[in-house]
Write a protein that binds this ligand. Structure first.
Ligand code: NAD
Length: 322
């Protein structure tokens, strides 16, 4: 087995070390050579194949790492994905070649939870509406909410849902969650009432979605769901656009049934400029920026670097996915 200082590492994740240059220095000091992707974009399968000969470790952005690309890997031991998604890596082809694939679970969870929290607070105080009103020369007195005594319903109590709970626990609100695989110990620790979905929908002042897209969650926020939400409640979606029927949401907002919505994900991204959600003063729309923070970037870089070096030194990685 090669010594670490004989290894060559390919880094294609464009933001690797962007906020923390010491991650680059640390890697460069430990291995023989580091080759960076200077295209500013994810690599195509052919580009990956061109880079791979003689590479031992690969800190990978959203490149097409398919079977064809992996044919060119002659010394590759590890693909350390910089991020959670592994859909662009042919895991079977990697396993067949004895290449370990890792990812960085949880690296951006706190960032997404903070975005959800910021949307909840901002909509509770009708800030988007207030900003527009003031810009139009008005000086309205708006009926804001405190979160104290409100019920926040979290659908999906996984990595992001748990980070949101930890932050919300400072606000003296009631926490409710629906997750068929909920962590009961965590729920007990943070005084979360675990309920079924209809109870959560009917009793929450704010509903925040933190589930993946699955057959049972795709389009879950439909006309029926929205009509069963409490009058004057808020919907937050920092997960995936596929979870929400936007037409039904628009109707729920236009009718005044919902107080507002915070959306970081859309049916179509970017949404069409005439999508009514973009121009509603009770809606906050952001361009899928939940994970785009210095903290998340640094976490991904740190975790991917550690995983890559672990494997190159013959140790077991913490987050192997194949
Ligand atoms: P996670 O896998 O840690 O948690 C998901 C939770 O959903 C799990 O606890 C699971 O048991 C639960 N779940 C599964 N099926 C369910 C169902 N039918 N009903 C209720 N709960 C169910 O995932 P995560 O890291 O917390 O991510 C949550 C979502 O956030 C994902 O959709 C992910 O794509 C999205 N996300 C968005 C951004 C962004 O930039 N806005 C960034 C990262 C992740």
């Amino acid at each position: 087995m090669k010594q670490l200082n004989e290894c060559r590492v390919l880094v294609t994740a464009n933001s690797y070390g962007k906020f923390n240059p010491s991650l680059k220095i640390e890697l460069e000091n430990q291995v023989k050579e580091v080759i960076y992707n200077k295209t500013g974009k994810p690599l195509s399968s052919q580009q990956v194949a061109d880079f791979l000969p003689g590479i031992d470790g690969y800190i990978a952005g959203l490149d097409d790492i398919d079977k064809k690309a992996l044919l060119a890997a002659d010394t590759l031991k590890v693909i350390a994905r910089y991020g959670v998604g592994i859909d662009k890596v042919d895991l079977q082809a990697a396993s067949e070649k004895g290449i370990i694939v890792t990812n960085t679970p949880g690296a951006n969870s706190a960032s997404v939870a903070e975005l959800a929290l910021s949307m909840i607070l901002t909509l509770a105080r009708k800030v988007p509406y207030a900003v527009k009103a003031l810009q139009n020369g008005e000086w309205p007195r708006l009926p804001g909410w405190t979160l104290e005594d409100k019920t926040i319903g979290i659908i999906g109590l996984g990595a992001i849902g748990k980070h949101l709970v930890k932050r919300l626990s400072a606000f003296n609100c009631h926490l409710m969650a629906y997750d068929p695989y909920a962590d009961h110990i965590f729920a007990q620790k943070y005084d979360i009432t675990l309920v079924d979905l209809p109870s959560l929908i009917a009793n929450s002042d704010v509903i925040s979605l933190h589930v993946p897209v699955l057959d049972e969650t795709r389009g879950m926020v439909n006309e029926k769901f929205i009509s069963e939400m409490k009058n004057g409640s808020i919907l937050i979606n920092t997960s995936r656009g596929e979870l929400v029927d936007e037409k039904a949401l628009i109707e729920g907002l236009q009718s005044g049934h919902l107080r507002g919505a915070g959306l970081d994900a859309f049916n179509k991204e970017p949404p069409d400029t005439d999508n009514p959600l973009l121009s509603m003063s009770q809606v906050i729309c952001t361009p899928h920026l939940g994970a785009q923070t210095d903290g998340a970037t640094n976490n991904m870089g740190r975790m991917a670097l550690d995983e890559c070096l672990r494997v190159l030194q013959g140790e077991k990685p913490l987050y192997q996915v194949n």
